[in-house]
Design a protein around this ligand. Structure first.
Ligand SMILES: Nc1ncnc2c1ncn2[C@@H]1O[C@H](COP(=O)(O)OP(=O)(O)OP(=O)(O)O)[C@@H](O)[C@H]1O
Ligand SMILES: [Mg+2]
Length: 219
């Protein structure tokens, strides 16, 4: 699913956010990405979402070489990827249902299908009874579940999450991780960046540790 070979990213010469990184993540894997602040976790996720291009080396995802994707292919590529952020990034002026149908609308899915699919994923995260609520009426854990539903609406092959539990207390964090594990059990490859070692220990999955842009440990 993901093949990185001597992948580097720098923003100014000599200052590497990622340096000579090689890794391989298979289809259907669940992988944690950890390491201290500034290690390069978010940078790797941004490259995988193709928000930025690699500076050197290769990054191949699902057969797409992310260094050479054309603008048109970037759109097509991103359709296969779901992304979850630390701060949920829900649209405050839209209801729960609209937050999910919105992404499908952008992708050109017909309205009837948008609603059907949105109900399906919201039911799946256990929030079908809150479809008409607004994000401000929901707890942090509920907002993150909606963000996950939204990321799944398009049935992505790969789900990327950057500190998805960074704003949540330990119980809710574990709940969200369990939800991501269920997503993974459905066949989606999941990559989660977190500095929460305790959470990683509880979930117990493959863990790649970065420091100063390099892989320092794999467990
Ligand atoms: N747009 C940018 N311009 C310049 N430097 C950047 C940029 N984005 C990231 N960096 C640098 O790249 C390095 C890696 O940053 P990154 O955000 O990937 O770390 P991180 O592991 O996600 O850290 P955190 O745990 O704090 O989120 C840092 O030294 C950071 O300052
Ligand atoms: Mg980060």
């Amino acid at each position: 699913m993901i093949e990185a070979h001597k992948l580097s990213k720098f923003y100014s010469r000599g200052l590497y956010a990622l340096r000579d990184l090689s890794l391989s993540v298979g289809k259907g894997e669940f992988v944690f990405l950890t390491g201290p602040s500034g290690a390069g976790k978010s940078t790797l996720l941004r490259l995988l979402l193709r928000q930025e291009r690699p500076s050197e080396g290769d990054l191949i995802v699902n057969g797409h070489n992310l260094s050479t994707l054309s603008r048109r292919d970037v759109q097509e590529y991103r359709r296969g990827i779901g992304f979850v952020f630390q701060d949920f990034k829900l649209i405050a002026s839209r209801t729960v249902l609209e937050n999910v149908t919105f992404v499908l609308e952008v992708l050109g899915v017909p309205p009837a299908q948008q609603r059907r699919r949105a109900f399906q994923v919201l039911k799946w995260v256990g929030l079908q009874h809150r479809v008409n609520a607004y994000p401000r009426d929901l707890s942090g854990g509920e907002q993150q579940r909606i963000a996950i539903a939204r990321a799944l609406a398009n049935d992505p092959l790969l789900l990327l999450a950057d500190e998805p539990t960074g704003n949540l207390d330990p119980d809710l964090s574990l709940e969200i991780m369990n939800l991501l594990r269920e997503v993974n059990a459905g066949g989606t490859t999941v990559l989660v960046a977190t500095h929460d070692r305790e959470l990683i220990r509880l979930v117990g999955r493959r863990t790649i540790t970065l420091d100063q842009g390099r892989i320092v440990e794999e467990a």
